[in-house]
Design a protein around this ligand. Structure first.
Ligand SMILES: Cc1ncc(COP(=O)(O)O)c(C=O)c1O
Length: 454
């Protein structure tokens, strides 16, 4: 199995700046002043390849300064002896910063729930597929689940453990590879199960069931919306094919942070599909349960899942996406220009439409912390879309070109949805390790833009 690997070396960043470094997503203590966000960073170079002096002399000459605008655009190695160095030192915005110290508490809760309930937890790649942290996550999870051929292949290649395949519909030319890459396949309809019956006969198979109720507050994301295509809904029809499958998948929770509501939903499922549940070996209850949130009654959830598993004699699976990665990444940007048109406007080197698309789709504001001070600014994207606006936030001082800002909650349904609208530079992907070191694991440039088109 191919695993994620580091392509760059680790570097410890030290900031001479006295800014609230939360703006940089780097978790410095509060109480400092925002204006110093502009201060150039100093970089400490750890010994690499035993050539300390070599690095020091380059650092002294200034060629290793972070944020050097000219060098940062070219991703040429700054040093012949140290390929990849430019990618490390020149953390040119925009980039997503995945912080393992923020990821870890979610993962620990997942591990606790697994232990206490017996349920297995699979990462939903549709939400988060930045595979450089899959090895780290896999210590706390059982595998991954997917929504397409490419996702199941990614899970198979990069996420140790079980790999579940699901898709709203598979094409004829996809099915062989989907089966090769997966331990289980979950069909969305009886039609697809029937169509691929012969080819999938030796595989562990399941069916998605739509219980007709959900906790979604958005019509757009409601799997139980009228005329939904997401799963079979008729208990009799499902019972009719029960002998062809060994499991069912339900996904009807959506950012549900209420255990009582989850419990209510599960009871409805039991009432409606109980007879078929008894015939199954495994049941996936999907994602959307916000059990890693502050104050969520994990023990009650664990007891409910354990009881459910015992009642029906099944292995329970959960498919957390958002719950696994919530709060774990930021989008790091730089102010390029400021204007005033009835409000203070700051234009950053990013775009909501291209880099945080869900905010537009669900008409929500980005999050920035701290969001305090006497100066209110509207933070705008650099695409041509008039409504490309991240939101309005408060700062302790007026913003200026060169200021660094950091949008919170940029992991879920964000990195996976980035696109090339307007040819805006796609954010790179950086990882903050548990020891505070930061490494850039992916950068995108013109070649990637051109390669995505023809
Ligand atoms: C089938 C399925 N499983 C899991 C998930 C992950 O949900 P969440 O990210 O809300 O936990 C989704 C999200 O749409 C889904 O459709």
């Amino acid at each position: 199995m191919t695993r994620g690997h580091d392509r760059t070396m680790k570097v410890t960043y030290q900031f001479c700046c006295i800014a609230p470094l939360q703006h940089h997503g780097l978790g410095q203590s509060a109480g400092s002043k925002a204006k110093s966000c502009r201060v150039v960073r100093r970089v400490t170079v750890p010994p690499v390849s035993g050539d300390k002096a070599h690095f020091r002399s380059r650092a002294r000459r200034g060629s290793l300064r972070a944020n050097h605008p000219r060098r940062s655009r070219r991703l040429r190695p700054l040093c012949r002896l140290c390929p990849g160095l430019s990618k490390v030192f020149v953390l040119q915005t925009p980039y997503y910063l995945i912080d393992k110290t923020r990821l870890l508490p979610n993962l620990e809760k997942i591990a606790y729930l697994r232990d206490a309930s017996g349920a297995k937890c699979l990462l939903a790649l549709k939400c988060f597929a930045a595979w450089s942290v899959f090895d780290f996550m896999s210590d706390y999870m059982d595998g991954s689940t997917s929504s397409s051929l490419y996702e199941v292949r990614l899970g198979h290649e990069k996420f140790p453990g079980e790999t579940h395949a699901y898709s709203v519909a598979y094409a004829d030319h996809e099915i062989d590879q989907v089966l090769e890459c997966s331990d289980k396949i979950i069909f969305n309809s009886i039609g697809q199960l029937t169509k691929f019956n012969a080819v999938s006969a030796g595989h562990i198979r399941g069916l998605r069931v739509n219980p007709g109720v959900s906790t979604s507050e958005f019509d757009l994301a409601d799997p139980a919306r009228p005329f939904s295509r997401l799963g079979e809904h008729d208990p009799a029809a499902i019972a009719g094919i029960a002998d062809q499958i060994s499991g069912l998948m339900f996904h009807n929770n959506c950012e549900n942070d209420s255990f009582a509501r989850f419990d209510e939903m599960l009871t409805l499922i039991e009432d409606r599909f109980g007879e078929t549940l008894h015939k199954m070996d495994w049941i996936s209850l999907g994602g959307g349960i916000h059990f890693t949130g502050e104050g969520y009654p994990l023990d009650q959830l664990a007891a409910r899942l354990k009881g459910f598993a015992a009642t029906y004699g099944v292995q329970v699976y959960l498919e957390p996406g958002e719950a696994a990665i919530t709060g774990a990444a930021t989008l790091e940007v730089t102010v390029l220009d400021t204007m005033h048109n009835g409000k203070n406007l700051a234009i950053v080197d990013s775009s909501v439409e291209a880099h945080m698309l869900d905010l537009l789709i669900y008409r929500e504001s980005a999050k920035m912390t701290p969001d305090a001070g006497d100066h209110e600014w509207m933070i705008c994207g650099k695409s041509c879309l008039a409504g490309d606006i991240f939101g309005e936030f408060r700062f302790p001082a007026p913003l200026q070109a060169g200021d660094r800002l950091s949008f919170q909650d940029a992991a879920g349904y964000t990195i996976v949805k980035k696109n090339w609208f307007n040819g805006v530079k796609m954010p790179g992907i950086a990882i903050r390790e548990l020891d505070g070191t930061i490494r850039l694991v992916r950068d995108f440039g013109y070649d990637d833009f051109a390669a995505a088109l023809s």
